[in-house]
Write a protein that binds this ligand. Structure first.
Ligand code: S3P
Length: 429
């Protein structure tokens, strides 16, 4: 499907952002290995989270859906059953890496596979710690999926993560539930802590000491009622869109404000975005609140603060749309330490550079980042999304500030994290 977009004047209204993708995956998986029933409200409509639900069903878990409420009858820590066929994680790295941790503790064999993008993403980062824990896990050449997991009793480990990755951290913590003692992971820099929070909510013993996170094995996880907040990474597209389109004023209610994810808001405020956070609250340990964003001429007249180091890790999913924002700020933007972007759903450094250049921006690709010259007068172009949802949505935002028509190819990939994105965008124009 090709989405054709023209430049916009004054975006206005309210956008209901779908439930957070990262949190939805974790609630579903923990509900599956808890005892009793969990009811999860505002569950992410995203294709990725539905890949997780399909895998859980294939493991014998009863899953019901009604609108965006998902009901899961937990099987207990040791109640999953052997799948009849390979488990298909689709496009979802989170599904594959987190489930690998749970499957490593099961007394049966399973195979995890995915789409053309996912079977080319690195899995050595989870194979290594799982092997140290005693799991027999095999992959294709160069540690690529499909993964074959021969699970069983696991050894507890203390493991310093070589990459800043919430997915790898979560994989080890979930495997740690099946360990012989307390398992601990150390993060090089902080990453999203939804797993730690959710484990605690379901009844596991999790302790955080400095950069180390520990989990005790064999907890009795208990099913519960939870409501997922809106996805801040999905909201980011509308924040940037409103900031760059003159006269805009948007409201995004009930968006997740987890301390690790909201670093995005701190960054945007420092950059000069007209942003307000209202009615903050917390539920199930996850902060949330309403966002209001307005056209931000002050932001556009300067340079965006450079993004590097720990901040890159905190903003990792928002970098494509921040690159678009950088092209519109007079002083541009430099992004460093973002080599991880090359192994996301696409090589996002290359995809952002090629598409910004196609729209007339001046961009230099670095091995681990981008240098984007500011103040570009973008022109409509054909956007190659490479099947990557965040590239499709980032360039939909760029199209709003471009002269002439932009054609986003394979635009339905937005469903991976944000079904309804194109309608939502149309509704505020
Ligand atoms: C995620 C962690 C991040 C992020 C991804 C979701 C998660 O990946 O990019 O979209 O839910 O844990 P990494 O952990 O590989 O950095």
């Amino acid at each position: 499907m090709i989405q054709k977009l023209e430049s916009a004047t004054a975006l206005a209204g309210t956008v209901r952002i779908p439930g957070d993708k990262s949190i939805s995956h974790r609630y579903a998986m923990l509900a599956a290995i808890a005892e009793g029933t969990s009811v999860i409200g505002r569950f992410a409509a995203s294709r990725d989270c539905h890949s997780t639900l399909a895998c859980l069903r294939a493991l014998g878990v009863e899953v019901g859906t009604a609108g965006d409420t998902v009901t899961i009858r937990g099987r207990g820590l040791h109640g999953l059953s052997a799948p009849a066929a390979a488990l298909d994680a689709g496009n979802s790295g989170t599904t594959m890496r987190l489930l690998a941790g749970i499957l490593a503790g099961q007394p049966f064999d399973s195979v995890l596979t995915g789409d053309d993008s996912l079977v080319n993403r690195p899995m050595g980062r989870v194979l290594e710690p799982l092997r140290r824990m005693g799991a027999a896990v095999e992959a294709r050449e160069r540690d690529l999926p499909p993964l074959r997991v021969r699970g069983g009793a696991l050894r507890a480990i203390r493991y310093a993560l070589p990459v800043a990755s919430a997915q790898v951290k979560s994989c080890v913590l979930l495997a740690g539930l099946y360990g012989s003692g307390t398992t601990a992971v150390e993060e090089p820099v902080p990453t999203r802590d939804h797993t730690e929070i959710a484990l605690g909510e379901f009844g596991a013993a999790v302790r955080v000491a400095g950069n180390w996170i520990e989990v005790d094995p064999g907890p009795r996880l208990v099913g519960r009622r939870l409501v997922v907040p809106g996805d801040l990474s999905g909201a980011a597209f509308f924040l940037v869109a409103a900031a760059i389109v003159p006269g805009s004023d948007l409201r995004l209610p009930g968006v997740g404000l987890n301390r690790r994810r909201r670093e995005l808001l701190g960054y945007l405020e420092r950059a000069g975005m007209e942003l307000e956070v209202e009615r903050e609250s917390a539920e199930s340990g996850e902060a949330r609140g309403d966002l209001r964003v307005r056209y931000s001429p002050r932001l556009l007249s300067g340079a965006l603060p450079p993004i590097a180091g720990a901040e890159t890790a905190a903003l990792i999913d928002e970098i494509p749309v921040l690159a678009v924002l950088g092209s519109q700020a007079a002083g541009g933007l430099e992004i460093s330490d973002a080599g991880e972007l090359r192994v996301k759903e696409s090589d996002r450094i290359a995809a952002v550079a090629a598409n910004l250049a196609a729209m007339g921006a001046r961009v230099t690709e670095k091995p681990d980042g981008l240098v984007i010259a500011g103040g570009a007068r973008l022109r409509g172009a054909d956007i190659a999304t490479r099947g990557d949802h965040r590239i499709a949505m980032a360039f939909a935002v760029a199209a709003l500030a471009a002269q002439g028509e932009t054609r986003i190819h394979a635009a339905d990939c937005a469903d991976v994290s944000f079904p309804g994105f194109w309608d939502a965008l149309r509704s505020v124009r």
